[in-house]
Each structure stands twice: as structure tokens, then as C-alpha cells.
Design a protein around this ligand. Sequence first.
Ligand code: SAM
Length: 232
Amino acid sequence: MTPERFQRVLAVLAKRQPDLTVLMDEVNKPHNLAAIVRTCDAIGVGQVHAVTPSKQVRFGNATTAGSTRWVDCTRHADVKLAAEQLKAQGYQLLCTQLSARSVDFRAVDYTKPTCIIVGAEKFGVSEAAAAVADQHIIIPMDGMVQSLNVSVATAIVLYEAERQRRDAGFYRQRRLTDADYQRLLVEWLHPRVAQFCRNHQQPYPGINPETGDLLSHPGEAEVELSPEDGEY
Ligand code: SAM
């Protein structure tokens, strides 16, 4: 790891927005999933949720440009349960769709903990997700076509969230908890060590905050790392 790489990781983690996320409600084209994840990474969303009916749907492809490594993707089997879980965690749920209760997407306060729900390419957001949402939001459409591509719509809404949060100073100081920050430092800077620790149910080692190098840790003596396991 070069010093430049380490500084880049620190700068990115300093801007992560742990209380902003996206719930993809059966978005099923891999390039759309991938493009959404890529936009999430670009504005500091580090955790996304996807209800994917088919395990065949994969996140990683050329469109992600590697962003799936930097964004945690949680799969859910049921959109209603996923939405209710997020609501219970304090997120406002914003459903992107045209309905009688839809408001202009710019009229919403995105500085609150927010989950943006986006829908399937053909059928849109499911009734179950629309029903549990706190608000419905719409990007105005004045052309002949009635809807945008889902990844484009997601990007437009996310960048409004980014604008409001930037104005509110949310990108000026680290917002990740210390625990998540330390965990992500190990996973990003030393992915094979992180994998080894998970496989062997070992706690992650500490990180030297000046260099990004791993600190020795109590379990190290018992952990016999093979070259495949880690980067010691
Ligand atoms: N026929 C579908 C419908 O009626 O919802 C169109 C789905 S659209 C191609 C796919 C997704 O993109 C939608 O579920 C929504 O999440 C998002 N989307 C597209 N255009 C939008 C707009 N103008 N405002 C808000 N969300 C939009």
C-alpha cells in the first residue's frame, strides 16, 4: 500500500454517509444494479440493500468500476420486511414513483436518515414497498417518455441528497462510528487479513493511524497466517 493510497482511503471514509442508503426493489438488470452501486460509492453511500428475486443477479460487472468492493450490498428476500427493518432503524423511506401522494424530489429533507426506494425496470416499486414508505417522490418529467432509467433516477435523487448534506456540513467531518471506521480500514487496506480473521472468527487487528499498517494484536501469536491468508 502506498502512502497515497492510504490517504485516499482516509479521505473517502471521512465522507461516508452511514445514514443514507438505497433499497433496490427487484431492480433486475445487472448493469442497472451496478450503476446504482457506483453512484452510491461516488457520493459516500457505503451500504445498499437489494431485494433480488433471483440469486443469478450479480452486482459486479464492468459498470461498477470496482465499486462493489467499497459498498456493502445486503440482499433481502422480502421488500416489506427489508423496508420495515430500515424504518425501525430510524430511516425515512422515500419511494420513487408517481402516485397521488408524490412530491417533487427536491422538496424533501435528505439530511434526515434516509433510504431511497427504487423499483424494477418494468414494474416500478412494488405495492408493498410503496405502502410502507413515508413519502413518495417524483423527478418531474416533461417529455413524451413517462419514466427515466432506474439508475439515472437514483443518481439524480442521490445527488440532491448529496447537495443538501454538503450544504449542511455532512462531508466536513467523519460520520462513521469509530467501530465501523476501524473495521473498514482493515477491510479496505488489508482485505485478505480481514478475510482471514472472519474465517477464523478472530477480531480484526488494530491499524497504525499514521501509516495504515497493521498493529500486532493479542491473537496474532496463535494465528498462523499462510501467504494466501493475509498481508503480514
Ligand atoms: N413502469 C414503471 C412504473 O410505472 O413505475 C417504470 C419503472 S422506471 C423505468 C424504474 C424505476 O426508476 C422506478 O421504479 C423509479 O424507482 C425510478 N424512476 C424512473 N423515473 C422516475 C421519475 N421520474 N421519478 C421518480 N422515480 C423514477
